[in-house]
Ligand binder design. Structure first.
Ligand SMILES: Nc1ncnc2c1ncn2[C@@H]1O[C@H](COP(=O)(O)OP(=O)(O)OP(=O)(O)O)[C@@H](O)[C@H]1O
Ligand SMILES: [Mg+2]
Length: 481
């Protein structure tokens, strides 16, 4: 093997004794080379006990990695590419599989496999950690080879937020320890994870041989992204879809006055999470409680029910009737004036629609306005949510109780869609954001000073004026100021 790690982070990566190491940052920092070099060392040391799996999200991206691997593994004792098996084989019995994981379910196919090394390339291309966590369960070695998880990535991409939160924010460069209790014998063990920042300056092999690289990188993305790619700075990426979000949108719970209007919004999900949000609208300028004044018209999320197993993207698989029961229980004793839901629940495919089944079980909804992006002249869809979150000087027009953990966990980190900047990236966990959009479109804010535009009150009457009270919703005269 002729490959050698360059001093600095690449060397730190191949020498790290930590179980889980993520090498992330600058594009061209030498991350993929480090992963390949790491396995070459591993194969040399453990022979037949070295079994590796290298995965990427997309197949096309695998080709250049294979080409580079042929060079890194070249040599008399090196690995040979076996196309039919999509893996490198060493004479010693070591092997490294190359695979791509187009969707999270593909990770299930690896159940029962054993690897001593798993490499995930471009970790931030995975919108959530589900698939990656499944792969970690394959790290075991009957031969006693020490097992490790290694990943590489650049800032940006649908997984930017979870990768940053899991590996970068808590550690500040130091390994982070997580304890696990063995349910069989009660022993507690520790697994460590570490983030190693990649900078372009640490890859002289590239900079010296290809002086035009930086200029080409500068041409290939927004100024913000290029800075992140060059310097590997994870904070440079703002990209948050709701960029007006701040701590002032989070409030400690208080008793909602009885005369405030309450509404319920719902995004249906079965295999994916559903989301129920309970919202109240601030009715006056007096403080909601001492020290907290929210502007009149502000929507306050005072309760939520997120139908998730706790694993990102995975729903509780509750039938409509069970969801209805859960809603009835949670709002016992309250008067919820009206309720809006994802219009698709009223679609009939054969039997009764989800909306109909919910109604029969005592929980009625109206179809929500499902507009996502701009309808001429009016703030609609996401604009309404963004405008409410940004609020005004007097305060936010959308606030959430700090007990609404899933909202706070998922909504502020949502990113713009890469190709359609006015929409959000729907590969991330966006169910609560959708439900919030339905709530906001049920209580539209009028565009400021827009001559001729319908006032919120007119819109309100137009949208809701024909409704009747009862069955869980009704119409009351209400002004949004
Ligand atoms: N230790 C090394 N020895 C020789 N060449 C190296 C070494 N490390 C990196 N290089 C060279 O630098 C180039 C860029 O490195 P690499 O592809 O590993 O970067 P990367 O961080 O994975 O980039 P990207 O962010 O685009 O995935 C490689 O093609 C390789 O030629
Ligand atoms: Mg790479």
């Amino acid at each position: 093997m002729t490959w050698a790690a360059q001093p600095g982070p690449q060397e730190a990566f191949v020498l790290s004794p930590v179980f889980e190491v993520v090498y992330g940052g600058a594009r061209g920092g030498g991350k993929t080379d480090a992963a390949l070099g790491d396995f070459a060392r591993h194969a040399q040391r453990y022979g037949a006990g070295a079994k590796g799996l290298l995965v990427r999200r997309h197949r096309v991206a695998l080709e250049p990695t294979i080409a580079r691997a042929r060079q890194v593994f070249a040599g008399p004792e090196g690995g040979k590419w076996v196309e039919a098996r999509s893996r490198f084989d060493w004479a010693s019995g070591a092997m490294l599989y190359f695979r791509y994981l187009d969707n999270d379910a593909d990770a299930d196919l690896y159940q029962g496999h054993d690897y001593s090394r798993v490499y995930v390339e471009e970790l931030t291309q995975f919108p959530n950690p589900v698939a990656v966590d499944k792969l970690k369960a394959t790290l075991r070695s009957a031969a006693g080879t020490p097992c490790a998880f290694r990943a590489t990535c650049n800032p940006g991409g649908p997984g930017h937020a979870w990768v940053k939160a899991r590996y970068i924010d808590p550690g500040l460069g130091e390994p982070i320890a997580e304890s696990f209790r063995n349910p069989f014998d009660g022993t507690v063990s520790e697994l460590k994870r570490q983030f190693i920042p990649a900078r372009l300056a640490d890859n002289p092999a590239l900079l010296n041989n290809d002086p035009g690289y930086v200029a080409r990188l500068q041409q290939s993305g927004s100024a913000e992204l290029v800075r992140a790619w060059l310097e590997g700075d994870w904070n440079v990426i703002q990209g948050a879809f709701f960029d007006g979000w701040s701590n002032r949108n989070i409030v400690a719970p208080f008793a909602i006055p009885r005369h405030w209007l309450r509404l319920r919004a719902f995004e249906w999900g079965y295999a994916a999470p559903f989301s129920v949000g309970w919202w109240a609208q601030v009715a006056e300028d007096t403080p909601a409680r001492p020290g907290l004044t929210l502007p009149r018209g502000c929507l306050v999320r005072y309760r939520e029910w997120y139908g998730s197993t706790g694993r990102p993207g995975e729903g509780l698989r509750l039938e409509a009737e069970a969801v209805a029961r859960g809603i009835v229980e949670r709002e016992a004793g309250e008067t919820v004036r009206f309720a809006v839901a994802d219009p698709s629940i009223f679609r009939q495919d054969g039997g009764a629609s989800i909306g109909e089944r919910l109604r029969r079980a005592g929980v009625a909804f109206r179809p929500a306005d499902n507009t996502r992006v701009g309808r001429a002249g009016a703030l609609s869809g996401w604009d309404q949510v963004r405008a409410r979150i940004a609020g005004a000087e007097a305060g936010p027009m959308l606030a959430v109780f700090d007990t609404c953990r899933d909202f706070i966990r998922t909504v502020p980190v949502l990113q713009h869609d890469r190709l359609r900047a006015e929409d959000l990236d729907t590969t991330a966990e966006d169910h609560i954001a959708d439900e919030t959009r339905y709530a906001c479109l049920a209580r539209v804010m009028a565009p400021k000073n827009a001559a001729g535009a319908a006032t919120a009150d007119e819109v309100w009457r137009r949208e809701w004026g024909g409704g009747t009270r009862g069955a869980g919703y009704g119409v009351v005269g209400w002004k949004v100021s």
